[in-house]
Write a protein that binds this ligand. Structure first.
Ligand SMILES: [Fe+2]
Ligand SMILES: [Fe+2]
Length: 129
């Protein structure tokens, strides 16, 4: 499996947890973003079943994108088409994975993608929804 290179100019939190530098100031979206960090972090937890952790993350990602896209559409947000395409490209990589595909490269990709996406792409809708 080949993963795209993420050009992430931001620090990756270690341990991998949401912090206030990721705030978009919409309470439901900030809660969902926290859940996505937890979901990626869970992939690194060897005490958990990887198939369960991965499918939990896959569901959380799709649910979050659905909510975020609905808010952007409701607000008539200008960049919604471009933003939805970025979501769809990530889902196209994440959703076909099964637990046995999860390795350090996949975890690094997911960590970097989420950090880069929130700070570069999600931040553009701050105050606009
Ligand atoms: Fe987004
Ligand atoms: Fe988001």
């Amino acid at each position: 499996m080949s993963l795209p290179e993420v050009n992430c100019p931001y620090d990756i939190p270690e341990p991998y947890c949401w912090d206030s530098s990721f705030e978009v100031f919409y309470a439901n979206l900030d809660e969902e973003h926290k859940g996505l960090f937890q979901g990626v972090f869970a992939l690194t937890d060897k005490s958990k079943d990887i198939n369960t952790s991965l499918s939990t993350l896959q569901t959380k990602v799709v649910d979050h994108f659905t909510d975020e896209e609905a808010m952007m559409e409701k607000a008539g947000y200008a960049n919604v088409t471009e933003h939805k395409k970025i979501h769809a490209d990530f889902v196209a990589i994440l959703s076909p994975l099964s637990g046995s595909d999860v390795n350090d490269k996949v975890i690094k990709y997911a960590k970097e993608w989420l950090v880069e996406h929130i700070k570069t792409t999600d931040f553009k809708y701050k105050t606009k929804l």
